[in-house]
Write a protein that binds this ligand. Sequence first.
Ligand code: CO
Length: 210
Amino acid sequence: MKSYEKLLLENKAWAAEKLLDDPKFFQRMASDQTPEFLWIGCSDSRVPAEDITGVQPGEIFVHRNIANMVVHTDLNLLSVLEYAVNVLKVKHIIVCGHYGCGGVKAAMTRHSLGIINKWLRNIKDVYRIHRSEINEIDDNEQRTNRLVELNVMEQVMNLAKTSIVQSAWSKNQRPHLHGWVYGLKDGILNPIMSMPPGTHIDEIYEYDDL
Ligand code: CO
C-alpha cells in the first residue's frame, strides 16, 4: 500500500468510528461550526492543535504558518482573524509556539533560504529587539527556546495592535488573547502570556476612534 493510500484507509476507519460513537456526528458537523477558540500555531507536523488539546472537530478554528507568526501584511492571517473574531465570534485566541522551532532556529542563523528569508525576517526583527537578553544565554538550545517564547509574546502583541482585535475589545469585550509554548520533549503546553480584553498596549498602537 502506498503511504497516501493509508491516509484514505485510516480516514474510512475514523469516520466509521465517529458514527459508531455518535450517529448524528456528521449531521451536526455539516450544519454549522461554533468554535470558541482561534488557534494560531506553527506548521510543524509535531504540533497538531486538536490532538494536543484533546478537542473534537468543530471546537478550534485553526491557522498555522512557519513559526506561528502574526504578520500585518499577511492577507491569509488577517482574513482568518477577521472571520474568527467577527463572524465566528471566538472568545479566545491562542498563539502557540513550540520549543525547538525550526523557523526560529533558522532565523537565528545567517543562512539564506530563498523566499523563506522574507518570512523569517519577521522573526529576525524580534531577535533584534531582544538581542541583549538572547545573546546573554550561552546554551544554544536555551537561546532558541527563549526566542521562541519572546516571539510568541511579540505575536500576541501583534494581534493586540490590529484594529480587528481592538474594535472587538471595545464593542464586545472579547477575545481574550493567550500566548502558549508547547514542549516537543514532554508534550506539555506552557502558558506564558495572557492579555484580557481591553488591555492597554503601547499608546502608539492604540486606536481611539474604532
Ligand atoms: Co515551528
